[in-house]
Design a protein around this ligand. Structure first.
Ligand code: URA
Length: 239
């Protein structure tokens, strides 16, 4: 790969800016100063240093965030802060995006990557990747709701959902529940509860496919997935 392309891809600036970086003599490949961007490097084999710092080339980034409320799961927004704004610049340069959407007020498990193929696999309606949510519901969630969710419920637009696995953790004036669903319709959890006359007052995603929210992550914090976790995700085939 051409060295100017490598640096531009890694977010070190436009081709023009990279040209200047090179001209200033800041780039060394295997200890040798390289000023001409046409030179080729092997990103995995060569030691590339820019202004004394190692440039580690890789194509993909996989992040797990504990999404805080009040933040939009999109790459850009005119008014609100996005989950991408919460990332360090060194991660933003990979141009990652959130895999699917959580509502502004929803918290919890959010995968952020630039791997379009993996994102597509996880979101494809054909795959039925399960997602688990914890929610607080206004009103008493009942066994009838559990049975209704098991059969699938009809949303406000007439769509009949796939079965959802509803577990009541605490029932009362407000109820704590867990819900496992295999689809990702717009506001799905909230609309499923609306269909049985109840309102979600707090929502947090706990898991997606084989991965769970890392409870060590505070709201707004994130970490890279381990190689094992990435493999688990890529090889995941819902039963
Ligand atoms: N269902 C919802 O209603 N909201 C979310 O953010 C996720 C699932």
């Amino acid at each position: 790969m051409r060295v100017d392309k490598l640096l531009a891809n890694m977010g070190y600036g436009s081709r023009k800016e990279v040209k200047k970086l090179l001209k200033d003599g800041g780039l060394q490949v295997n200890g040798e100063v390289i000023k001409d961007g046409k030179n080729h490097v092997h990103p995995e084999k060569d030691t590339v240093m820019l202004n004394g710092e190692r440039v580690e080339y890789r194509e993909y980034i996989y992040l797990l965030m504990n999404k805080p409320p009040g933040v939009i799961s999109a790459t850009e927004d005119q008014q609100d802060e996005t989950v991408i704004d919460l990332l360090q610049l060194e991660d933003q340069i990979f141009s990652p995006f959130p895999v699917g959407r959580l509502d502004k007020d929803t918290e919890g498990f959010l995968l952020i990557t630039n791997d379009g193929q993996l994102s597509h696999q996880l979101l494809s309606p054909k795959r039925h990747v399960p997602k688990t949510y914890f929610a607080v519901i206004e009103g008493e969630v009942t066994q009838e709701d559990v049975e209704a969710f098991k059969r699938g419920v009809t949303l406000d637009d007439g769509y009949h959902t796939k079965p959802g696995e509803l577990t009541i953790l605490k029932a009362g004036l407000t109820s704590d529940i867990e819900l496992k669903i295999t689809e990702g319709k717009f506001h799905q959890v909230k609309r499923m509860f609306e269909s049985v006359g109840k309102r979600v007052v707090y929502l947090k995603r706990l898991s997606m496919g084989p991965l769970q929210l890392d409870e060590d992550l505070e709201l707004g914090e994130y970490r890279e997935l381990t190689e094992e976790e990435v493999t688990l995700l890529k090889e995941y085939r819902p039963s």
